[in-house]
Write a protein that binds this ligand. Structure first.
Ligand SMILES: Cc1cc2nc3c(=O)[nH]c(=O)nc-3n(C[C@H](O)[C@H](O)[C@H](O)COP(=O)(O)OP(=O)(O)OC[C@H]3O[C@@H](n4cnc5c(N)ncnc54)[C@H](O)[C@@H]3O)c2cc1C
Length: 546
């Protein structure tokens, strides 16, 4: 039995629905969590703010990093663990790394059993290599359309709860004890409703649109980070935004969602060169063009900015050594994007530049996806399990979404039972909304001040900008104004952590503290909101969630 109290200044919900569990997001993590929760016999409402397939998952190119055969003399789960820890630059949680990478093979097999078709040859699934991997262990589908195949397969599984598309989650609704008991939701008709539930799963993906140029689709606006913060949950490692080094560059006005040139192109032999044709990665790292992503992005941005022969805003990826037929077969998505831009990758170097790609940090969870708020779970890119540390190893994220979607579904029943035993008074708070006119200023500021290379002065100035833009009220509560409010809050959390971490590590490069500082080794920064709604930062050892 639940009753409802409404915070000052808000309306009563225009509609209501209820379920044991509400899952927000229809990427790999949300779909997996929803499928497994439903097959455990719980009722599930599955909502997404766009169309069902509007998710980063749909755009994933390279593949899924997984060691499927421990008898393979060229690879082992231990080597995958070691590569992940190296990429994570001393900040990954070894427990999370071992658990996710060890459970990954079985989770991938269950995905295959659910109908996902990976590219195969006579000897089994084909495998390629990406940056930071010491073996060929990345399986792929449709050449470079892995995510689209995963999305297709999961959306087609019988037993998937029907997707409520066009439903934007606004806030987690808490009971008087601070337990998550539902969501406020903006429906497709613009009316705000209330979904009551025994538990809530955030699977809202990334936050690439914090920046002016990103590989992420338009739905990646950090909503889950902001909702979790407002509900009282802690975020961790938010300062680590990974920039992908090879995003197709077509001109100085390239903004918003940009086409990716997957790292697997380098796995097949392509190399980065500057405008004078000089190799960029030789001598920078022993793995050269296949070094971890943070290393490559930093080297590329430095060459763009500094080196003779650099052309200012882009460099080139020379894939002309890959046979045209192989390129077309392996990389149909990249081929199509290049064709649209008038680039022939088999005869000409591809112009590329770094862009925001993957948020390594997120909502702090344990290894069952539980956040620090009872009844609230987070899975997939929105979450921070400790797998990625300061820099995600390429193609580990789809795997994390699969494993953690399953694990959260297995743990959630206990929360639903707990909630059912407690009558609750729900507290509906005002929907967040900020003037959408501020969005582009925020993104430009973040790109300038919190991209690859930040310093104290620019980080503080960016925090002032984010706070100013957050304070400009929106005339209406709609998708854009809510997203803008969420972006400003997520930006503030990222900036506060980036200010506090006075060292350089992984994707966090402080030009005023250019070296790694051992005092910060394995020290994660947790961000919560203070009573005034401002992000506060506390350093913590990687002890996990209490
Ligand atoms: C171009 C590109 C290539 C990539 N390539 C790879 C790769 O090869 N291998 C790999 O492992 N990873 C790759 N990644 C990363 C990987 O795709 C993502 O990390 C992963 O798909 C995230 O899955 P997810 O389920 O957490 O979120 P997503 O797939 O992003 O899904 C998030 C969902 O939440 C919904 N949502 C968000 N906010 C709200 C809200 N307020 N209300 C309702 N719904 C909401 C969205 O609409 C969407 O349905 C790539 C990413 C990109 C962008």
């Amino acid at each position: 039995m639940t009753s409802l109290s409404v915070a000052a200044g808000t309306l009563l919900p225009a509609w209501e629905a209820s379920a044991d569990v509400v899952v927000v997001g229809t990427g790999v993590a949300g779909l997996t969590a929803a499928l497994n929760t439903a097959s455990a016999g719980l009722s599930v409402l599955l909502i997404t703010k766009g169309r069902p397939e509007e998710a980063s998952t749909q755009w994933a190119q390279g593949g899924v990093a997984v060691v499927r055969d421990e008898r393979d003399p060229g690879d082992s789960i231990q080597t995958h663990i070691d590569d992940t820890l190296v990429a994570g630059a001393g900040l990954s949680d070894p427990v999370a790394v071992e658990l996710i990478l060890t459970e990954g093979p079985a989770a991938v097999q269950r995905l295959i059993d659910r109908g996902a078709l990976f590219d195969a040859g006579p000897d089994g699934l084909l495998r390629t290599r990406e940056g930071g991997h010491s073996a060929n262990r990345v399986i792929h589908a449709g050449g470079d359309a892995t995510g689209a195949e995963i999305e297709r397969a999961l959306l087609a599984v019988r037993g998937l709860p029907s997707v409520l598309a066009g439903h934007q989650a606004l806030d987690v609704v808490l009971d008087g004890t601070g337990r998550a008991r539902g969501l406020s939701v903006l429906g497709p008709d613009g009316r705000v409703g209330l979904i009551r539930s025994g538990a809530v799963v955030l699977a809202t993906g990334g936050s690439g649109h914090l920046y002016a140029a990103t590989t992420n689709p338009g739905v990646a606006t950090g909503d889950g980070l902001a909702m979790a913060l407002r509900a009282g949950a802690a975020l961790a490692d938010t300062e680590f935004m990974q920039f992908h080094p090879t995003v197709l560059w077509t001109g100085p006005g390239d903004l918003g969602h940009r086409p990716l040139v997957t790292e697997a192109v380098r796995g097949e032999g392509a190399v980065l060169i500057d405008g004078a044709g000089v190799r960029i990665m030789l001598g920078v790292h022993p793995l050269a063009d296949l070094a971890p992503r943070d290393v490559v992005s930093l080297a590329v941005s430095r060459r763009m900015a500094l080196a003779p022969g650099g052309v200012g805003d882009h460099v080139f990826l020379d894939a002309t050594g890959i046979a045209p037929a192989v390129f077309a077969r392996r990389f149909p998505t990249v081929s199509a994007a290049c064709a649209l831009a008038g680039v022939n990758p088999t005869t000409d170097p591809i112009p590329v530049a770094p862009a925001a790609h993957y948020h390594c940090g997120g909502v702090l969870t344990d290894m069952d996806g539980r956040t620090t708020v009872p009844g609230l779970f987070a899975v997939g890119e929105v979450a921070r399990t400790g797998l990625h540390g300061a820099n995600r190893l390429a193609s580990n994220s789809l795997l994390e979404g699969l494993v953690m979607g399953e694990r959260a579904a297995a743990a959630i029943g206990a929360e639903v039972t707990l909630a059912a035993a407690r009558p609750a008074e729900l507290i509906l708070t005002a929907a967040p909304a900020a003037d959408p006119a501020g969005r582009f200023e925020l993104q430009a500021t973040m790109s300038r001040s919190a991209g690859i290379g930040r310093d104290l002065v620019t980080l503080l100035a960016a925090q002032s900008t984010a706070a100013r833009l957050a304070a400009v009220a929106a005339p209406v509560v709609d998708r854009w104004s809510v997203e803008t409010a969420n972006l400003t809050l997520a930006a503030s959390a990222l900036l506060a952590a980036a200010e506090a971490r006075a060292e350089s590590r992984g994707c966090h490069v402080r030009t005023d503290h250019p070296d790694r500082d051992d005092a910060w080794q394995r020290a994660s920064l947790h961000v919560t909101l203070d009573d005034a709604g401002r992000p506060t930062v506390a350093a913590d050892a990687l002890a996990g969630v209490a």
